[in-house]
Design a protein around this ligand. Structure first.
Ligand code: COA
Length: 162
């Protein structure tokens, strides 16, 4: 089934928060069980952040693609950022892409919606000049990303302040 994908607008900010909450519940290495993601002030902060990023984009460094379930209700989304990169001998592309949130409402799964929104986001990142696109996959999402050509890449190191 081919899904009707559209670019999210400011009017979708609240729904994007709901989808982000859903995506955050997914088990991710090193967790093996779904995570509890309680409601809280973070949701209003996140709504404001989405509204701001979708309203004032100069330069445009954020995009979300969605499939609608009904007017005002999103069934699936994928969103991500363009991260500036420095030119190197192998490439002068201006960005790397980071896919940060992908989710489909449980009642709309296995209809190709995640495939459609992730493909739209990946194509947008490619068009905007990304040298590479990265993401942290859940085990549930991995078959989708592999089928779209993503590979498990070099291990990277990270640090989080206490
Ligand atoms: C992962 C997720 C986004 C997939 O959404 P979806 O809309 O059902 O995915 P699609 O219908 O586009 O399926 C795409 C492919 O993913 C794979 N896939 C999806 N769900 C799967 C499952 N439960 N088991 C195995 N493979 C699965 C299949 O390869 C599928 O292709 P196919 O149907 O042609 O076989 C959805 O299950 C979800 O929101 N999970 C919770 C949040 C999450 O894990 N997000 C990803 C974070 S990186």
């Amino acid at each position: 089934m081919s899904a009707l994908v559209r670019r999210a607008t400011v009017a979708d900010a609240r729904e994007l928060v709901r989808m982000r909450q859903l995506a955050l519940t997914c088990p991710e290495v090193p967790w093996s069980r779904p995570r509890d993601v309680p409601d809280g002030p973070w949701m209003e902060e996140c709504r404001k952040a989405f509204a701001s990023m979708l309203r004032d984009q100069d330069p445009e460094t954020f995009a979300a693609f969605v499939v609608d379930a009904a007017p005002g209700r999103v069934a699936a989304c994928a969103m991500g950022f363009l991260l500036p990169r420095l030119p190197g001998p192998g490439s002068d592309k201006p960005f790397n892409g980071d896919i940060s949130t992908v989710a489909t409402d449980p009642e709309f799964r296995r209809r190709g919606y995640a495939r459609a929104v992730v493909t739209a986001l990946r194509d947008w990142m490619d068009l905007r000049g990304c040298k590479r696109v990265t993401l942290a996959s859940s085990s549930e999402g991995e078959p989708l990303y592999v089928s779209l050509g993503f590979v498990i890449d070099n291990p990277r190191m990270s640090w989080r302040p206490e």
